[in-house]
Design a protein around this ligand. Structure first.
Ligand code: GLP
Length: 242
C-alpha cells in the first residue's frame, strides 16, 4: 500500500485526476469505478477541468458505481445513480450508455446484486476504483464486520452511517434508506488499482486503522492492505493519526 500525504483536499483531487488522466491516455476505454460522498468531489472537478481544456480525452471512458441505496424512487436526486450521473458522467461529457450501476429498485434485489457483480466482470473488470472512507472505516457500504471476501450484495446501514449521510436528505435521518446495494470487499479488491481519498480530521482515526492497524473485518478499508496496487491519498488533517 502506498500512502501519499497532500496538503489539502484540492491537492488530493488534482493528484488523483492526473492518475486517471494517465490511465485514460494508456487505455482510453478504461472502466473507472467512482465513489459518492463529499470527499471525491475535488477529483471530479479537477478531472472535468482537464477534459474541458482538452488535456484529457475521456470520450471512451466507462464509469461504474460502487454502491446504491435500495428503494429510492427512480430519479431521486440522492440516489447514487443520479449523483454519479450529475457529478461525473455529465461533467465528463459522457452519456448513460457509458455507465454501469446496480438496480436499487429491482423486484429481486439479490438477483440484481449478482447481475451487477457479473456485469463488472463481463465489462473486463474495473481498472481504477476510487474509494472514500466512512468514519467507521467502511468502504462502499461495507460496514464493519463485512466479510473481506464478500461480493456485491444487500446490506443494512449502521445508525452511524445513516446519521453521517442525513446531510444529503435535508438533515432528516428518517429519509435515509436503511438498505443498500454495495460492491463487496472481494469485488472491490478485484479492481486493478484502488485509490482511496480521505480528507479532514474526522477521518483520521479510520485512516490510521486502515493503514497501520491489523487487517480486520472490523475496519473494512484495512482490506486494502491485501491489494497489490492500492494508493491511499490523505490530507494532513486525515493523516494526523499516522
Ligand atoms: C458513503 C458512501 C461511501 C463514502 C462515504 C464517505 O457511505 N457509500 O462510498 O466513502 O459515504 O462519504 P464522505 O466522503 O462524504 O465522507
Amino acid at each position: 500500500m502506498e500512502v501519499v500525504i497532500v496538503p489539502d483536499a484540492a491537492a488530493g483531487g488534482e493528484l488523483i485526476a492526473t492518475a486517471i488522466a494517465d490511465l485514460l491516455a494508456r487505455k482510453p476505454d478504461a472502466l473507472l469505478g467512482v465513489a459518492t460522498g463529499s470527499t471525491p468531489l475535488p477529483i471530479y472537478t479537477a478531472l472535468s477541468a482537464k477534459v474541458r481544456s482538452g488535456g484529457v480525452d475521456a470520450s471512451r471512458a466507462r464509469i461504474c458505481q460502487l454502491d446504491e441505496y435500495v428503494g429510492l424512487p427512480a430519479g431521486h436526486p440522492e440516489s447514487y445513480r443520479s449523483t454519479v450521473l450529475r457529478e461525473v458522467v455529465e461533467p465528463l461529457g459522457l452519456g448513460e450508455s457509458s455507465f454501469l450501476g446496480p438496480d436499487g429498485n429491482a423486484a429481486d434485489i439479490t438477483a440484481a446484486c449478482e447481475a451487477y457483480d457479473q456485469a463488472l466482470a463481463d465489462a473486463g473488470g474495473v481498472d481504477l476504483q476510487l474509494l472514500g472512507i466512512g468514519t467507521d472505516g467502511h468502504i462502499g457500504f461495507n460496514e464493519p464486520c463485512s466479510s473481506l471476501a464478500s461480493r456485491t450484495r444487500i446490506k443494512t446501514l449502521t445508525e452511524q452511517t445513516r446519521v453521517d449521510n442525513a446531510r444529503f436528505f435535508d438533515d432528516d435521518i428518517d429519509q435515509v434508506p436503511h438498505h443498500v446495494i454495495t460492491q463487496g470487499i472481494g469485488t472491490i479488491l478485484d479492481a486493478r488499482h484502488l485509490v482511496l481519498l480521505a480528507t479532514g480530521a474526522g477521518k483520521a482515526e479510520a485512516v490510521a486503522a486502515t493503514v497501520e492497524g491489523p487487517v480486520s473485518a472490523l475496519v473494512p478499508a484495512s482490506a486494502l492492505q491485501l491489494h497489490r496496487h492500492a494508493t491511499v491519498v490523505v490530507d494532513e488533517a486525515a493523516a494526523a493519526g499516522l
